[in-house]
Design a protein around this ligand. Structure first.
Ligand SMILES: [Fe+2]
Length: 141
C-alpha cells in the first residue's frame, strides 16, 4: 500500500482534531510498512501498533465528542456521531480478539478498515459534517 499523505481533504478545520487525525494516518502508514516489510520504521510489532491505536482511539473520540457538544453541534447529530464511534470501537475490539488469537490475516483486514471505513468514510464524510459548526464557533457566529 502507498504511503498516505495528509491533505486538505482530511481537514475538519480544527487544528487539534486535524493533529489527532494525522496520528491515525501515521498508524495506517506504520501498519502498511509492517505488512510489506515485517516491521515498521521504528521496529514496532503489530501488537505495539495496535495498542497505540487502542489508546489513541479512546481519547480521540472522547475529545471529538466533547468539542462537538462545546461548539453547539445539534445533540441528535452528536448522538448519531457517537453511534458511529461505537461502531468503529466495536470493530477494533473484534480485530484485537483476532490478533490475540494469532490470526495472521488480521492486519491485512485491519488496514482497509482503517483506510476505508475510518479515514475515507468517517473522517471525510461524517467528521466533516461538524466542521461548519466548529468554524461558526470560531468566528463567533
Ligand atoms: Fe468522528
Amino acid at each position: 500500500m502507498q504511503t498516505i499523505q495528509w491533505s486538505a481533504a482530511y481537514s475538519v478545520g480544527d487544528d487539534e482534531i486535524d493533529r489527532q487525525h494525522r496520528r491515525l494516518i501515521d498508524v495506517i502508514n506504520r501498519l502498511g510498512q509492517l505488512l510489506s516489510g515485517g516491521h515498521d520504521a521504528d521496529g514496532a510489532t503489530a501488537q505495539e501498533i495496535f495498542d497505540l491505536l487502542a489508546d489513541y482511539v479512546t481519547s480521540h473520540f472522547a475529545y471529538e465528542e466533547q468539542r462537538m457538544v462545546d461548539a453547539g453541534y445539534p445533540l441528535d447529530k452528536v448522538e448519531a456521531h457517537r453511534g458511529e464511534h461505537r461502531r468503529i470501537l466495536k470493530s477494533l475490539q473484534a480485530f484485537e480478539v483476532k490478533l490475540e488469537e494469532g490470526n495472521g490475516e488480521t492486519l491485512r483486514e485491519l488496514l482497509p478498515f482503517l483506510y476505508g471505513d475510518w479515514l475515507t468514510h468517517h473522517i471525510c464524510a461524517v467528521d466533516s459534517d461538524y466542521a461548519d459548526c466548529l468554524a461558526a464557533e470560531r468566528s463567533g457566529v
